[in-house]
Design a protein around this ligand. Structure first.
Ligand code: TRP
Length: 375
């Protein structure tokens, strides 16, 4: 029986088979050929690429072709402001920064406050504004270039965006939206329209530059259904098709079998960007799903399974040193390294990462205005 999982922009659950997802979505794997082509430009590959954390794409070849011609392209990503930022959110943003630095690219960062207002019964626009202000600190802390990065809330940049969103909406039927997202007659009107607002920033490079300008969207693969629609519409409106470069999900603390990704819904599954070192440590010790054996004796004898072990999996995202990572893999497999040791090391690694993030987040206070785009 094939495993059951769900990946949509609104729900990620189950044990995700990423190989199968590539086929089901009709996206392309980031294979050695395209990675080599990228490396020719950057001189190195981010460890997210080497470890297949970013693992798939659409039209990324077209972006490389632009770069090879010496033409500029834009980056575009986003964050819906429904709560605090957690570790999983930071992954695509870190990669986005790497791309910005390596290609000296402009970045458009969308904060679709209306998305969360429309899709979440409880959230008010006061709530989304509060979370947007908080989230923007985390975004700035990632280190984007203030000269080349523009952040905007949809409700604050709507005067520019709205007419382009209408142009997109005019080309997408209700039945397409229904079949793409599984919407029913009880979805509200705003939800049905929303994908047009998420499409517009993919066309803004051309609109803002006044000439055809390509756009690359780094994001987690759950956002791809929106961009399939964006791609259909692009040639009809005379824009280049936007490209996507797609990440897998950081699993929640309770493991890859438990939930599809780290989510904002439960303390036991989530490490927040603002967690203290003690918090990180106690969450990992208490909740992190372990691939270790029941007893120390059994573990020493048979070894653990890093492939399902959450602390090990987190190291693949947050420990850059690949030699060290390999050593840990082998030591855990052989039983030389114990579960407690692995958990302790992962807690330290993540705390160190977060300490640096939090210091930059503090510095970001008062800097938001340098980044904001408004009508
Ligand atoms: N819909 C995304 C979310 O729920 C936010 C978003 C808007 C986004 N535009 C994007 C994400 C572009 C990635 C790329 O968080």
């Amino acid at each position: 029986m094939p495993k059951k999982y769900t990946v949509t922009p609104w729900e990620v659950s189950g044990e995700i088979d990423y190989g199968r997802l590539i086929k089901e979505f009709g996206v392309k794997p980031l294979d050695d050929k395209i990675l080599n082509r990228l490396e020719k430009h950057t001189g190195n590959l981010h460890y997210f690429l080497k470890r297949k954390i970013f693992f798939a794409h659409t039209y990324f070849d077209a972006i490389l072709e632009q770069a090879e011609k010496g033409s500029e392209f834009y980056l575009y990503t986003g964050r819906a402001p429904s709560g605090p930022v957690h570790l999983g959110h930071l992954v695509p943003w870190m990669f986005c920064k790497w791309l910005q630095d390596n290609f000296d690219a402009n970045l458009l960062f969308q904060i679709p406050d209306e998305e969360k207002f429309l899709f979440n019964e409880k959230l008010t626009f006061d709530d989304t504004k509060k979370w947007a202000d908080e989230n923007i600190l985390d975004i700035i802390a990632v280190g984007f270039n203030p000269k080349k990065t523009r952040i905007f809330l949809d409700t604050e940049y709507a005067k520019t965006m709205y007419r382009h969103a209408c142009a997109v909406a005019k080309k997408i039927t209700f039945s397409t939206v229904k079949s793409t997202f599984g919407f029913t007659d009880s979805n509200n009107l705003g939800e049905i329209f929303y994908t047009s607002m998420q499409s517009v920033p993919a066309f803004l490079p051309t609109i803002l530059e006044g000439k055809p300008t390509y756009c690359l969207i780094p994001c987690a693969i759950d956002q791809q259904p929106h961009f399939f629609l964006t791609n259909d519409v692009a040639p009809k409106l005379g824009y280049p098709k936007p490209a996507t470069i797609l990440a897998r999900f950081l699993p929640g603390l309770q493991g890859m079998h438990h939930e599809g990704k780290m989510s904002s819904s439960a303390e036991q599954t989530t490490i927040w960007a603002t967690d203290t070192a003690e918090k990180v440590r106690s969450k990992i010790m208490k909740y992190a799903f372990s691939g270790g054996k029941e007893t120390i004796e059994a573990h020493r004898k048979h070894g653990g399974n890093p492939d399902i072990d959450i602390p090990y999996q987190y190291l693949t995202y947050f420990l850059e040193d690949s030699d060290r990572l390999k050593q840990i893999y082998n030591d855990y497999r052989s039983g030389k390294m114990l579960t407690g040791e692995l958990k302790g090391f992962t807690a330290e690694t993540i705390s160190k990462f977060l300490r640096e993030h939090q210091a930059k987040r503090e510095k970001a206070k008062g800097m938001a205005e340098k980044f904001m785009l408004r009508d």
